[in-house]
Design a protein around this ligand. Structure first.
Ligand code: IMP
Length: 194
């Protein structure tokens, strides 16, 4: 893996530190635990970005006293951005869940919600499968450019109206490994290629 210093010079500023993100996940875990106290819960992380928050959220949830009776994890993969830093507006399913969700308590875990199309698509697909409860948890919210009025039950932090990277979020597959959320210099988007 590249050392973090490799990205020096392209990062304009840190938006949320590793500690601020950890605190936000702890708050999300407490809210979810309260809503599903004593009940089994299935978390569905949306690959690839939400892999990171899903793992940390599952760990945090497991330590909340009086939380869910059992925690199960599954993943879906969708593509909405391709390799660009703006949405194509088209959401495609790349990988479905491996578990049945009918009759189960389900929380979708997303890294970020921007125009809302991805989460709206996922909610639509999963709702058709008749879960007992379906809620959505998003670590970073960018509420500025919604194209659909999607409902989010649990929001961690509100990010600025910019393309952000780190903590799972990428630009052309780079930067996911940053433990913090960052904004890149605008010149990166015109100069960087695969
Ligand atoms: P939406 O469909 O516009 O709400 O975007 C959801 C998906 O787009 C997320 O799961 C991310 O993969 C990607 N995305 C949206 N905003 C950003 C960003 O600022 N940085 C990196 N990826 C983003």
């Amino acid at each position: 893996m590249k050392p973090l210093e490799t990205y020096d010079g392209t990062i304009e500023r840190t938006l949320f530190t590793q500690q601020e993100i950890a605190d936000a996940i702890e708050r999300l875990a407490h809210s979810i635990a309260a809503d599903f106290a004593g009940q089994p819960l299935l978390l569905i992380g949306v690959l690839k970005g939400a892999l990171y928050v899903t793992v940390d959220l599952v760990r945090a949830l497991s330590t909340v006293a009086g939380g869910p009776s059992e925690i199960h994890v599954d993943y879906m993969a969708v593509s909405s951005y391709g390799n660009e830093n703006r949405s194509s507006g088209e959401v495609r399913m790349l990988k479905d869940t491996m578990q049945n969700i009918a009759g189960r308590n389900v929380v979708i875990v997303e890294d970020i919600v921007d125009n809302g199309l991805t989460l709206d698509y996922l909610q639509g697909i999963l709702q058709q499968r008749e879960p007992k409860a379906l809620k959505s948890c998003v670590l970073f919210d960018k509420p500025y450019n919604r194209r659909v009025d999607v409902h989010v039950d649990y929001i961690g932090l509100t990010a600025p109206d910019a393309f952000v990277v780190g903590y799972g979020l990428d630009y052309q597959e780079a930067y996911r490994n940053l433990p913090y959320l960052a904004q890149l210099h605008s010149w990166v988007f015109s100069e960087k290629t695969d």
